[in-house]
Design a protein around this ligand. Structure first.
Ligand code: ADP
Ligand code: ASP
Ligand code: MG
Length: 408
């Protein structure tokens, strides 16, 4: 007998038929003799709609109310799946974050999990009950509902698996594993049987949304065995997917393991700031204080004693970034703010980069051959990222996928 957390994403619970299919899959796991806890996302598209409603009313809305709105999607699916399981004769019960409780800090919209009370869940699971946990949500010390950031149900699932000391955390989604790149963009992408935690962490953080970054971080830290699987295969058949493993368990280390893209980036250029010590702190201090996550940064060469600072952030954070900089305009002393959301970040990731040179060069050459202009560059030990025009996203990803020999 094993203890397993099964997580189902939005497309896996998109409608009642899909929910019945998920219930059937859970039933088979229970009938195989395992103790099972389930984590669900909102139905596909629901969270986007809820976010859109908040933004339409006010772009700088109160994050506590945003959480109160967007957490509702998961409440619906947890209840529906519990009902579907009950029709199969399974003793299932839905759980919202506050009922467990799953406590988080009070960073509304991007809350971090602090603790999960596991005793009651474990006791009920030991009696054969199946908890169906609403993913993506928790409760802050203030007593208010929080959410964990987009894609956060993955993190709910891994954290629950750690708290329950589960043997495995199976993340069911609409693709049958982690691929060399998004299979929706590159049909020739290959499924990876295994991927190192470090690589998955880096891929997730640069846009491969198959797993939320924090879920990978947590899995690595808490030693949770995570598998990515498809919920669209026949429920009776053994599923193949991708297993997250330690780097030393991968014998053949590819130079580049995967390629990711992010189309929700925004580029901000702060024009004509005085070129003197302290100016970077003057620009990025207020951004940090406003909770804006800055990603890539370049400072242009200076002319006439002034310079341009360019940085990228998530599009969702752009209104706050502009507000924070405008408020400090006199202090920073810039002439103009230019924003551009017509950009995409393309990244290549691989632990093989630690020991091999030339990865960045191949990237720059490949993009040049396709006539794609690079606007900003950033690198880490196992990653190279570039910012390009959004219209080049597919072309760039496909060209790089071939250039690094990843095509199936
Ligand atoms: P869920 O709703 O199940 O959480 P997501 O939409 O969040 O699913 O994540 C799954 C999607 O991630 C896939 O449909 C795929 O388009 C995308 N994706 C991006 N990069 C990759 C990758 N390297 N491997 C697999 N899927 C990827
Ligand atoms: N429903 C949430 C979202 O769309 C959480 C998740 O799906 O993981 O971001
Ligand atoms: Mg997801």
């Amino acid at each position: 007998m094993a203890r397993i957390v099964m997580k189902f994403g939005g497309t896996s619970v998109a409608d009642l038929d899909r929910i019945r299919i998920v219930a059937d899959r859970v039933r088979r796991q229970v009938e195989a003799g395992d103790q099972v806890a389930v984590v669900v996302s909102a139905m596909a598209g629901v969270t986007n709609q809820l976010v859109g409603w908040c933004q339409a009313l006010s772009p700088l809305h109160d994050a506590r109310e945003y959480d109160s709105v967007v957490a509702t999607g998961e409440q619906v699916t947890s209840g529906l799946l519990a009902i579907a399981l009950q029709t199969y004769g399974i003793d299932a019960r839905s759980w919202l974050g506050w009922q467990i409780p799953l406590t988080t800090d009070a960073s509304h919209g991007t809350a971090r999990i602090q603790a999960i009370e596991s005793r009651q869940l474990l006791a009920r699971m030991a009696q054969g009950q199946v908890p169906v946990v609403a993913g993506f949500q928790g409760i802050a010390p203030t007593g208010r509902v929080t959410t964990l950031g987009r894609g956060g149900s993955d993190t709910s699932a891994v954290a629950l698996a750690a708290a329950l000391r589960a043997d495995r955390c199976d993340i069911y989604t609409d693709v049958d594993g982690v691929y060399t790149t998004d299979p929706r963009i590159v049909p020739g992408a290959r499924r990876l049987d295994r991927i190192a935690y470090e690589e998955m962490l880096e891929l997730a953080s640069v846009g491969a949304k198959v797993l939320q970054t924090r879920s990978v971080e947590l899995a690595m830290k808490e030693r949770v065995r995570v598998q990515v699987l498809s919920s669209f295969g026949a429920p009776g058949e053994p599923a193949v997917g991708t297993l997250l493993v330690d780097e030393d368990e991968i014998v053949e280390k590819a130079l580049v393991t995967g390629i990711a893209y992010a189309r929700d980036e925004a580029k901000v250029t702060v024009k004509n700031v005085p070129d003197r010590p302290g100016v970077a702190a003057a620009v990025f201090g207020p951004l940090a204080q406003a909770g804006v996550n800055v990603d890539m940064i370049v400072q242009n060469v200076s002319a006439d004693g002034t310079t341009d600072m360019t940085f990228t952030t998530n599009q969702a954070e752009l209104p706050r970034a502009i507000a924070a900089l405008d408020a400090e305009r006199a202090h920073i002393g810039f002439a103009q703010l230019i924003t551009d959301t017509n950009v995409a970040k393309i990244s290549v990731v691989g632990v093989g980069m630690r020991s091999h040179a030339g990865v960045a060069n191949t990237m720059f050459r490949t993009l040049a051959e396709k006539g794609i202009n690079i606007q900003v560059i950033s690198t880490s030990e196992i990653k190279v990222s570039v910012l390009v025009g959004k219209e080049y996203t597919e072309l760039a990803v496909r060209a790089l996928h071939s250039a690094y020999g990843l095509d199936a």
